[in-house]
Design a protein around this ligand. Structure first.
Ligand SMILES: [Mg+2]
Ligand SMILES: [Zn+2]
Length: 192
């Protein structure tokens, strides 16, 4: 049987929004992130090595709190900045769904019962494009985008939460309720 997945945006959702993470020391995991995971589960401004160093730091920080991610996917491309191969029109830059599609193949994921959690409107668009539920969090850019920009949004999130921890709790509740009856209406149920 296919499994459900939780896709989590990094900056502003799993870790503090610090602008560009141009050095691993700028990376700061939110204090509740490890607990949240335990519950459920190119630009050319810097080299790809730094992304990998940051993810190494992320993995080690989570391990210290006895928590982990199944995988980390990222897009190191930009359509107009940097040099090839980083400079390219790719299918994985948000809000395009390339990364989630790749993950769903790698892990045999049922997208209809899966969710994307993020702090920006592009994360909501990504969720729509990938066919997963959209959970919006107030951390990072979240509160500002929610208060000042949501009137301009084409799509609204299925779930709005204070932070990743609350989002994971709500998603687990919803998925559990959904398993009890119709499995196909998770997004519409989540938005009511
Ligand atoms: Mg973000
Ligand atoms: Zn890409």
């Amino acid at each position: 049987m296919k499994q459900s997945a939780l896709f989590i945006d990094r900056d502003g959702t799993l870790s503090e929004e610090v602008g560009y993470v141009n050095h691993p020391s700028r990376f700061r995991l939110f204090p509740y992130s490890a607990a949240a995971l335990k519950l459920g589960v190119a630009r050319g401004y810097f080299s790809e090595d730094i992304i990998l160093d940051v993810h190494d730091r992320l993995t080690k920080t989570l391990e210290r709190e006895d928590s982990r991610l199944d995988a980390i996917y990222y897009c190191a491309h930009h359509p107009s900045v940097g040099d090839p191969p980083y400079r390219q029109e790719c299918d994985c830059r948000k809000p395009q769904a390339g990364l989630i599609r790749r993950a769903s193949t790698d892990f045999d994921i049922d997208l209809t019962s899966s969710w994307m959690v993020g702090d920006r409107y592009s994360d909501i668009e990504l969720a729509r494009n990938a066919g997963v539920g959209a959970a919006f969090v107030m951390s990072g850019y979240g509160r500002g985008e929610w208060e000042y920009q949501r009137g301009t949004w084409t799509h609204q999130p299925d779930l709005v939460c204070e932070n990743l921890f609350q989002a994971v709790k709500s998603i687990l509740d919803l998925n559990q309720k959904n398993e009890l009856h119709d499995h196909s209406s998770i997004s519409s149920e989540a938005s009511s």
